[in-house]
Ligand binder design. Structure first.
Ligand code: G3P
Length: 229
């Protein structure tokens, strides 16, 4: 049975690091284990070592730089996140844009190191060109809906359908959708429209009971996947 990809971006919310960061990761781990899914946690760089030790879920960085090893003060390099225990990274998030050549260089390094990669794009026209650079997945997010509570599934379903069409030209790369995802229904719609899963932040990170939100997302995503197969 195919499972939906669910990627939770911790961003820099006040509960994304320290003891609170470990607590929320463990709650998400518990619910995802119950449904035999692997929710991806994209966390602040400082949290990669502890979370990859304490939690069995795939831990991603939120960004890497593409510089070579050497004199590059303040850089976070693919080799560093691998050593810290990450399984992959986001690249080019709307809140951390990088140039196309930097995305390309970073992907070459990540692939060589056996690390996964999710490249973010803000429009469907970029899905195919970015997918040709061979990331693990593309995450499409209309920036104006990020953190809005109004989901891409409801407000801009055509962004998902167009992105799904584009990704079909590049076999082997997943497409996931995000921005404003708030309910199980949003996840269900995104998957029914052809996405392999979703990316989310605020609906989980700001929730009183994040595990309940994640459970709803997982259940709805699995239901939509089952109906598609
Ligand atoms: O990386 C996912 C993120 O940008 C979506 O944010 O708060 O709209 O779920 P949010």
């Amino acid at each position: 049975m195919k499972k939906p990809i669910i990627l939770i971006n911790f961003k820099a919310y006040e509960n994304s690091f320290g003891k609170k960061g470990v607590d929320i990761a463990k709650r998400i781990e518990k619910v995802s284990t119950e449904y035999s899914t692997e929710v991806i946690l994209s966390v602040p760089a400082t949290m990669i070592p502890i979370l990859s030790q304490e939690v069995s879920l795939p831990i991603y960085a939120q960004h890497v730089d593409s510089y070579p090893l050497g004199a590059h003060t303040g850089s976070l390099l693919p080799e560093m996140i691998k050593e810290a225990g990450a399984k992959g990274t986001l690249l080019n998030h709307s809140e951390k844009r990088i140039r196309a050549d930097e995305i390309h260089d970073a992907l070459i390094r990540l692939n060589r190191l056996g690390l996964e990669s999710v490249v973010c794009v803000d429009r469907y026209e970029l899905v195919e060109p970015m997918a040709l650079l061979k990331p693990t997945a593309i995450l499409i997010e209309p920036p104006e809906l990020i953190g809005s509570g109004i989901s891409v599934s409801k407000a801009k379903p055509e962004v998902i359908t167009n992105a799904v069409k584009e990704i079909s030209k590049v076999p082997g790369v997943f497409i996931i959708a995000g921005a404003g995802i708030s309910s199980g229904e949003d996840v269900y719609t995104a998957v029914k429209l052809g996405a392999d899963g979703i990316g989310v932040a605020s609906a989980v990170m700001k929730a009183k009971e994040p595990e309940k939100v994640v459970e709803d997302f997982i259940k709805s995503g699995i239901k939509a996947m089952d109906e598609k197969n």
